[in-house]
Write a protein that binds this ligand. Structure first.
Ligand code: AMP
Ligand code: MN
Ligand code: MN
Length: 326
């Protein structure tokens, strides 16, 4: 069976399992983004409207990012401590591996049935039903396919959640294929407002952030290999919202000289979360996987312990052999 047929069958199996379920827990990956939470809330909203008991959760941080809070129109989000201990069906959304579910990964062992929805090429495969398609631009594309199979109506609340994941994971449709553009049009017709959603999700920062961004840009270093990196110290990571901190990598990537950009964010004294973006030559999923993370060829990440210099040295050491080392 080819890859397309495998995904088709998994979508049908996922829809069948969800159609029967009376109780569904949908989990987004830690540090949730619009794709993870949008997938979970789109499916959760539709299942709730069909009469199922629905909980949506993520293991950390404690609070939902401010820009994503409006996606939870029905109030389906619950703190991790309140999540049912042994759900009838568990849906993992946009998590490249079980570790990305954080403490909620324990539900993989207690749920009666697990559905995994994901689009990361580095995903090793987990769960009973695996809707895994690295060709999908976003996990919401897969969530949408499951909703169609379920015969669930695409109302404005669901459309907003799906659009949020689609527009962010494709960086404003820059990396979208024709089918994703068609889905975008369908979602706008169903009530998603592109201007309002992109403004809150991608284009809103407090003025005070410009000072922090200035510091991050001042610290940026371009190495001869084309590795461009900057470090965001713990004080700034704590001072600003994740929306601000996570946006630095998108500014860095505009440097034409950069092959790979790395935003090295200090999340504890000796713990660093790193976002990697490629201009095309270097497969950053391979780099991130070598360092304990994962992702896509053009966008990946990992979290690592050590000093700032050790983390940078690890990135240089993981640089692929056929590309000039920094
Ligand atoms: P980020 O830099 O956090 O925006 O992540 C870029 C891409 O890499 C996203 O698709 C993430 O889901 C993925 N990613 C980030 N960190 C990890 C990790 N530790 N393990 C697996 N995938 C990751
Ligand atoms: Mn994600
Ligand atoms: Mn995604």
């Amino acid at each position: 069976m080819n890859g397309i047929a495998v995904v088709d069958r998994a979508v049908a199996e996922a829809a069948a399992a969800l159609a029967r379920a009376r109780e569904v827990v949908l989990v987004a990956h830690v540090d949730p983004d619009a794709d993870a939470l949008g997938s979970a809330l789109a499916l959760g909203t539709a299942l709730h409207r069909r009469g199922a008991g629905v909980q949506v959760a993520f293991a950390s941080p404690e609070r939902v990012p401010e820009s994503l809070a409006p996606l939870d129109a029905l109030g389906l989000l619950v703190p991790p401590a309140d999540v049912s201990a042994a759900p009838e069906v568990l849906v993992s959304c946009d998590a490249a591996d079980p570790g990305r579910l954080g403490s909620l990964g324990r539900l993989l062992d207690t749920a009666r049935c697990t559905v995994m929805l994901d689009h990361h090429g580095t995903n090793p495969g987990f769960g009973d039903i695996r809707v895994l398609d690295p060709a999908a631009e976003a996990t919401v594309v897969l969530a949408h396919r499951v909703l169609v199979e379920l015969g669930a109506p695409l109302d404005a609340d669901v459309a907003r959640c799906l659009y949020a994941g689609l527009v962010t994971d494709t960086r404003g449709f820059r990396t979208a294929g024709p089918a994703a553009y068609r889905l975008g049009a369908e979602l706008v017709e169903a009530g998603a407002d592109p201007a309002a959603l992109t403004r809150t999700l991608m284009d809103s920062h407090p003025f005070a952030w410009f000072e922090g961004l200035g510091r991050a840009l001042e610290r940026a270093v371009l190495e001869p290999s084309g590795l461009l990196h900057t470090t965001i110290p713990l004080a700034d990571v704590l001072r600003y919202r994740s929306e601000e901190i996570d946006s630095v990598v998108d500014v860095l990537r505009t440097a034409v000289e950069a092959e790979v950009v790395a935003s090295v964010m200090q999340v504890e004294e000796r713990r660093w979360r790193v976002s990697l973006r490629s201009a095309g030559t270097v497969d950053v999923a391979a780099v991130a996987t070598a360092l304990g993370g994962g992702g896509h060829a053009m966008a990946a990440g990992f979290t690592r312990e050590g000093s700032e210099q050790e983390v940078l040295a690890a990135i240089r050491a993981a640089w692929p052999g056929d590309v000039a080392a920094p």
